[in-house]
Design a protein around this ligand. Structure first.
Ligand SMILES: [Ca+2]
Ligand SMILES: [Ca+2]
Ligand SMILES: [Ca+2]
Ligand SMILES: [Ca+2]
Length: 249
């Protein structure tokens, strides 16, 4: 009976210790909106393709095993552009509520390219906020904040933007997690864009993009921190060890 009480106490301590993170974390597979890159974005329905130089989507983008590769860089010319815009429709529009939390996550690789200026753009904006994420092969940029000296081209990585601080339009802040690790805390907002839009791709004529995208997922109504399983696993292992030591007595 004493052993049972000790185990119950430890379980209660575990729940209390993790209570706040249980309430605010969510794996992106449970987000309401997802582009999983099983088809080209235009075939996904709500994405509309555009190109400043009139080049077909299929010239830049291809699908293989659930990965969308976009390459405007390897064609020997430097005037390419091709991008996608989320055009809305039932259950598909980018429409975060005013002064509210929301979350986006992208899993991708970004390869070295010729431009030296930027790689793929992911841009969300509405009346309250504007977010510009650029994932390069060796760094990331989010709303004027840059984190350098990273390798984004060898393996896939997840990039999660969480909007969870907001007291006004100008006061909205964005956190960026890479593989569950916070790498940018409280990037500033670029407020007051007209309309509401979500776009990604190569949106200018000169700089070119070369990326592989596994998915883009978002929840425009909730701020979710990523799940980082290691600490809980460590605690459970610790409990297992304690239970064993209690039983031996
Ligand atoms: Ca090119
Ligand atoms: Ca923050
Ligand atoms: Ca370009
Ligand atoms: Ca995929």
């Amino acid at each position: 009976m004493k052993n049972v009480k000790i185990v119950l106490l430890l379980i209660v301590m575990l729940v209390v210790a993790n209570g706040s993170s249980i309430a605010t974390t969510l794996d992106s597979s449970a987000f309401p909106y997802k582009y999983e890159a099983n088809v080209l974005p235009s075939a996904f329905g709500p994405y509309v393709y555009s190109s400043g130089n009139g080049t077909a989507e299929s010239s830049y983008a291809s699908i293989s095993d659930g990965i969308m590769t976009m390459d405007t860089d390897s064609d020997g010319q430097d005037s390419d552009s091709g991008w996608w815009t989320l055009a809305g429709g039932a259950g598909t529009s980018w429409n975060p509520h005013f002064l509210g939390g929301y979350t986006m996550e992208i899993r991708m690789k970004s390869f070295a390219n010729n431009s030296g200026a930027y790689n793929a753009w992911f841009q969300w904006y509405d009346e309250n906020s504007a977010i510009l994420l650029q994932v390069w092969h060796n760094k990331v940029y989010l709303n004027n904040v840059v984190v350098a000296d990273m390798d984004n081209q060898t393996d896939f990585h997840t990039f999660r933007i969480v909007a969870n601080v907001y007291d006004s339009s100008a006061g909205q802040k964005f956190d960026l997690y890479r593989d569950g690790v916070l790498i940018i805390d409280d990037a500033p907002n670029f407020p007051e864009y007209p309309g509401s839009k979500f776009r990604f791709g190569d949106m200018t004529g000169f700089e070119e993009s070369k990326v592989a995208v596994d998915y883009i997922r978002w929840d425009d109504k909730n701020a979710w921190a990523p799940i980082v399983p290691e600490p809980t696993t460590m605690i459970l292992l610790g409990i297992g060890g304690l239970v064993l030591s209690v039983r031996r007595k």
